[in-house]
Design a binder for this molecule. Structure first.
Ligand SMILES: [Zn+2]
Length: 412
């Protein structure tokens, strides 16, 4: 029998698990998980890197096969027939009409099918489910993950079931309903919905997409690192600013670069800067704590407003191992950054993405960005997903009569 393509390694105990025996978390570490702390036992997907090197797999070969060698699926045909990933990376050299002295690159992941970064994870999860014969995929979500799963499942002829906290805003649910998924509002919080979705997975034999709980969410998200490497002419940037909630996107970024490092395609990991909202800072505030302390999250950037970061331990290990940085920005800074980003670049991003941009602006203001360096901000979703959040920035003028006289009073 040939060697399996990949296996899982528990991020906490390091124990290896065969893919055929397990689909989600480490059975040992997850036993002591409680609903009021970040879960232990999240799995990292490990490929046969030495074999790939021996077989002469470099970046060109990986790219030629659309990174299938580093994906936990058998064939690319299992992926949805939608354009997921391959999003633009825009180089910005001027801001507010001033030369920056370095290059800012904006990775615009609002250009995914459902307008968010989450499609990268949903596509791989959906493809894996297809190969394993699952017809139904369930997820707990407060918005983007659910709408992403719903859209990808619609394209794949799979059934999506999305458990949402009953207080979830209607605007975020519209996409889910339009894609024909089943929404089940749950009394309580996102965490209650999360726990119920796991019980439902066991009871009904569905496949579960929950972020981090399903290790393949990280595998889908890592592809962004391969794209950044290629778009920067096969170099790695100096810094990458990334919005952080559960810690899965930042872990995906690290995992992508770590795969390239293990394949000896790159020789260092870029400095990744985790940006959280100061009203939702449970991940960065606890990075150096021995006991995890939860504070209730209230940030306007709702897709990174998280009480219990589901991928805390993996993100923490990555940030400490590869000397990443971390910071918080206030909701006011997020709103200012959102307006500055839109007006300067033509990219209207959701508040979570604007948080990453606010982190960049804060570094810039403090002259913490090196001259001639390459700096990436990951824009994770479209501003159209949360119009209410920017309502306070808008000053809508009253209508005028359709006469030049009235127009002149305004524009002159
Ligand atoms: Zn373990």
């Amino acid at each position: 029998m040939s060697k399996p393509k990949f296996h899982y390694e528990c991020v906490d105990c390091g124990k290896l698990n065969e893919e055929s025996q397990i689909k989600y978390v480490c059975p040992v570490c997850s036993k002591s998980n409680s609903s009021d702390l970040p879960p232990k036992g999240v799995l990292k997907t490990i490929y046969n890197y030495d074999d790939l090197i021996d077989n002469g797999i470099g970046f060109a070969e990986l790219k030629q096969n659309k990174f299938l060698d580093l994906l936990p699926i058998k064939t690319l045909e299992s992926l949805p027939n939608l354009s997921v990933g391959n999003t633009p990376l825009y180089a910005i050299k001027k801001f507010d009409n001033n030369d920056l002295g370095f290059t800012l690159f904006l990775k615009d992941d609002s250009q995914n099918p459902t307008y968010s970064f989450k499609d990268r994870a949903s596509a791989v999860v959906s493809a894996y489910a297809k190969e394993k014969g699952f017809k139904t995929i369930v997820t707990a979500s407060t918005g983007n993950a659910g709408s992403s799963l719903a859209g990808i499942c619609a394209a794949q002829n799979q059934k999506a079931i999305v458990l949402v906290p009953e207080a979830a805003p209607m605007a975020k649910l519209t996409q889910i309903l339009m894609y024909g998924a089943q929404i089940i509002p749950v009394k309580g919080t996102y965490d209650d919905a999360f726990d119920l979705s796991i019980k439902a997975t066991e009871e009904f034999g569905w496949y579960n997409r929950n972020t981090a709980f399903n290790p393949l969410t990280i595998e889908g998200k890592k592809i962004v690192s391969f794209e950044i490497f290629e778009q920067l002419d096969f170099t790695i940037p100096d810094t990458i600013f990334v919005p952080v909630g559960d810690g899965v996107i930042i872990s995906g970024l690290y995992k992508g670069f770590e795969d390239l490092l293990k394949l000896q395609i790159i020789d260092r990991i870029p400095t990744i800067i985790a940006v959280q909202a100061s009203n939702s800072d449970n991940l960065v505030r606890n990075i150096k704590n021995t006991h995890f302390e939860i504070q209730k999250s209230t940030s306007i950037a709702d897709s990174i407003s998280v009480d219990i970061p589901r991928n805390f331990y993996m993100a923490q290990k990555y940030i400490l191992k590869y000397k990443g940085a971390y910071m918080t920005v206030t909701d006011d800074e997020i709103m200012e950054a959102s307006a500055a980003l839109s007006a300067n670049t033509g990219l209207f991003a959701e508040p979570a993405a604007a948080a990453a941009f606010a982190g960049f602006l804060s570094y810039k203001k403090l002259d913490q960005i090196v001259n001639n360096s390459k700096n990436v901000v990951l824009l994770t979703g479209s501003g159209l997903k949360d119009l209410k959040a920017v309502g306070s920035l808008l000053n809508m003028p009253n209508a005028i009569t359709p006469t030049l006289n009235d127009l002149k009073k305004i524009v002159s």
